[in-house]
Design a protein around this ligand. Structure first.
Ligand code: GUN
Length: 168
């Protein structure tokens, strides 16, 4: 499996993502939304939309982070993913993103903007390949990755969950 994963990473030219896993931007619209037309918490212009390939492995999860805009996840291949979200009000939700609709998996899922979220591959010795689309387009200026300590201060009753879903 390690070899297959290495081949997919190489074929799709994926790079390590700061939240964990590997990604490659596949689309960035030429058109831009001007700052004046965006919510006031955006700093500067943004492309209309962007899309990435995102690959997680059984030992490389996506750590809790958040972005300002909704993020649409599309399942492509491999193991289903357990996606955790913690709303700003502290509600923890688990969604299984995967191909098996009859088992209750969802091939497409929208993570609401502003909530903290993390994702892990469900099966052992496996990978998950998904697409993530956002509009307005992605900018690392809208991306927040907090430490275990800072997130635990925000959600003290979620200490164990946060510990599992953060890298440090
Ligand atoms: N581009 C770089 N990182 C990301 C990400 O985490 N999500 C999306 N949608 N695009 C990205």
């Amino acid at each position: 499996m390690k070899e297959t994963i290495a081949q997919i990473i190489s074929k799709l030219a994926l790079m390590p993502h700061p939240e964990g896993g590997y990604f490659k931007e596949t689309y960035r619209s030429v058109g831009e939304l001007k700052e004046a037309h965006l919510d006031s918490d955006y700093n500067g212009n943004r492309n209309y939309a962007t899309c990435i390939y995102f690959l997680l492995t059984s030992d490389k999860f996506s750590a809790l982070h958040r972005i300002k805009q909704d993020e649409i996840w599309h399942f492509y291949d491999g193991s289903p993913i357990r996606l955790h979200s913690i709303s700003e009000a502290g509600i923890h939700t688990i969604t299984v993103i995967g191909p098996d609709v009859l088992k209750g998996e969802t091939p497409q899922f929208v993570v609401p903007g502003g909530c903290w979220f993390a994702a892990e591959v469900i099966h052992e010795n496996a990978y998950s390949l998904v697409g993530c689309t956002v509009s307005p387009g992605f900018s690392f200026d809208d991306f927040e990755l907090k430490s275990r300590k800072d997130l635990t201060a925000l959600f003290p009753d979620k200490k164990e969950l946060i510990s599992k879903l953060t890298h440090h």
